[in-house]
Design a protein around this ligand. Structure first.
Ligand code: DC
Length: 218
């Protein structure tokens, strides 16, 4: 791997997106949101009426949609078969279904392959759950972001209109349990990753700490 790869893993609401985009901007790197790819696959599965409770049905069809991710940290994009799905993939229907789709091994094989194609020669910040452990174990820097359940829920409910922090905390806890207990590539801290607890830090402080780690390793 010639170029720089920064792997940013952690549970939902730990600040991965804001930190990853900030770091990519500061260093002039590309940015890939792999969660958006799992969400895009989920949007397509829902559109097609595939039964979410039937992993074999999802596996059989997951090779069909063409998922294209734009990697500009100032305006990341996501399209499925030419349709801009940036808005729909953030809606509750997709959020509620994504863990089930992301647990299907064939979905992961397909999306990990796409992710490795995009990472290519590097110079990119990649956020997800299994980037340092599976997608890019040779990443230059691996960061595992955490934050208290309260802080994560509060950040998410501030981003989403119409939800309370309590409701968010419950929904996030459910998703985190599914994401970290699934059989294939569960959310876990990769070997060689640096854990960064962001509970008491501002976004700028977290970005500065990641930039310091990058400098130390390069
Ligand atoms: O980061 P996010 O909330 O947009 O991710 C959506 C879902 O996708 C999350 O519940 C777990 C799954 N995911 C995954 O399994 N592996 C990744 N690399 C990224 C996300």
């Amino acid at each position: 791997m010639a170029g720089l790869v920064i792997a940013m893993d952690g549970p939902s609401g730990s600040g991965k997106s804001s930190v990853s985009r900030g770091v990519a901007r500061a260093l002039g790197l590309r940015y890939l949101d792999t969660g958006a790819m799992y969400r895009a696959m989920t949007w397509w599965v829902l559109q097609q009426g595939v039964d979410l409770a039937d992993p074999a049905a999802i596996a059989a069809r997951c090779g069909e949609p063409r998922i294209v991710s734009g990697t500009d940290p100032d305006g990341p994009t996501i399209h499925v078969d030419g349709v801009d799905v940036a808005g729909p993939i953030r809606e509750s229907e997709v959020t509620g279904a994504v863990s089930a789709v992301a647990a299907v091994p064939e979905v992961r094989v397909r999306l990990v392959e796409r992710q490795r194609e995009i990472i290519g020669a590097g110079d990119i910040v990649v956020e997800g759950r299994d980037i340092g452990s599976v997608v890019c174990p040779d990443a230059t820097v691996k960061v595992y972001l955490t934050a208290s359940a309260e802080a994560r829920a509060q950040r998410r409910s501030a981003e989403l209109a119409g939800t309370t922090a309590e409701a968010q905390q419950e929904a996030m806890a459910r998703r985190d349990t599914l994401d970290s207990t699934r059989k294939t590539d569960p959310l876990s801290m990769a070997a060689g990753a640096v854990e960064l607890d962001t509970t008491a830090l501002t976004l700028e402080e977290v970005i500065a700490e990641v930039l310091r780690l990058v400098k130390e390793r390069t």
